[in-house]
Write a protein that binds this ligand. Structure first.
Ligand code: DP6
Length: 368
């Protein structure tokens, strides 16, 4: 599929005068990280993530056909509510998203929209909500597109939802389906694309069934470095080229590991990715340290525990201080005990979220 395949040209706005649609869409955690992009939101390297199950955004899109015929000069008209409250400060991001996707969903200016969103996790938890939030909105728009053009296939629906979500936030394109999603063209991953996420196309070893992710909330504040600022740090970064190469090599390796079930090698790749991501931030200009002392304490505890018990528990990080603790389902009891007894003391107010790999977004309602 190319960009032009995603331009909706044949549609009838009269097929949807007013109504609403609701999607529940998960967050995801990258195993090989996306860090560095080119316009328009194209990744510098391939990334792969586990789709999560419990950390979700629920978004309702209410739409009403405008009474007058619109022209291309007219404006987008929408209101945004987050957890029941009107949120005008969310509007610029959505306005920018609408501008970016308007050529692919040309009906945007024909409708008045009300967007109502809520997260299953606390907004202040430091968990990035852009992946679940943008993918939920993209899916709502695709449901509306399907009303206007009912002939589209499920495959096209998901691919275009991922394509649109990517234009809102890169990692959001990995939050449409489960359980393992690859984004970014890679010679060894069939059908992979820079334009949208695809399901990992090979048989996954049973070791990774229902893999667990317990998120330790070390720092519940607002992100110190926004992703946009962070990605920009990769322009002219002294180690950028090497980093993109490393990530693509990790994709080749993790492709094998996910099929052969080698947990030792899985841990080596995943932890190296987390630390490489943070190393990029520490060596950029300006530079940042996004880990907190407690992030490091948790990492050391995990290493000690693994050494002492032979467990397959490991960690990954996104662009912040929180720690995602990953482990196979059969270690759940042992790992939970360790987490509660030894790790949650390092969390803010002992807050943590138990999650596991999920199957992707699903539509909750659609009425007329
Ligand atoms: C560290 O997708 O949030 O979580 O495309 O600017 O919206 P934008 O960035 P975003 O970046 C996520 C980066 C990451 C790694 C990852 O999820 O792959």
């Amino acid at each position: 599929m190319t960009e032009t395949d995603f331009i909706l040209s044949n549609f009838d706005v009269a097929k949807a005068s007013c109504g609403s649609v609701t999607w529940k869409t998960p967050s995801n955690i990258a195993l090989v990280k996306y860090w560095g992009k080119q316009e328009p939101q194209l990744p510098e390297n391939t990334s792969i993530s586990f789709t999560l199950n419990n950390c979700c955004t629920i978004t309702t899109l209410e739409y009403k056909l405008k009474s007058e015929v619109q022209n291309s000069e007219s404006e987008f008209n929408f209101e945004v509510f987050f957890e029941g409250k009107k949120k005008d400060d969310f509007k610029p991001k959505i306005q920018k998203f609408f501008q970016r996707i308007a050529q692919y969903v040309p009906f945007l200016k024909d409708f008045d929209f009300v967007i109502k969103s809520e997260n299953s996790f606390p907004h202040s938890s430091g968990i990035a909500s852009s992946a679940s939030g943008m993918s939920a909105l993209a899916l709502c728009l695709m449901s509306l597109e399907k009303k206007l053009n009912p002939t589209i296939t499920n495959k096209y629906f998901n691919e275009k939802a991922s394509f649109l979500a990517r234009l809102g936030s890169g990692s959001a394109c990995r939050s449409i389906e489960g359980e393992l999603i690859v984004w970014g063209k890679h010679p060894e991953i069939e059908a992979s694309s820079d334009l949208y996420g695809v399901k990992f196309p090979y048989k996954v070893h049973k070791n990774f069934n229902n893999y667990q992710d317990t998120i330790l909330l070390v720092d519940e504040g607002v992100k110190q470095v926004s992703s946009t600022v962070g990605h920009n740090l990769m322009y002219n970064h002294p180690f950028a080229k090497q980093r993109f190469k490393q990530a693509n090599n990790h994709i080749s390796k993790i492709k094998e590991v996910l099929q052969n079930g080698d947990l030792k090698e899985f841990i080596a790749i995943v932890e190296s990715e987390a630390l490489s991501l943070h190393a990029m931030m520490m060596t950029s200009s300006p530079y940042f340290i996004l880990m907190k002392p407690n992030t490091l304490k948790i990492i050391h505890k995990i290493w000690e525990f693994r050494e002492a018990t032979g467990s397959s528990i490991c960690f990954t990080l996104d662009a912040g201080a929180n720690v995602h603790v990953l482990f196979p389902e059969h270690e759940k009891e042992k790992a939970n005990k360790f987490i509660v007894n030894e790790l949650i003391q390092f969390c803010q107010e002992k807050h943590y979220i138990c999650d596991s790999v999920g199957k992707g977004a699903f539509q909750l309602t659609m009425d007329n």
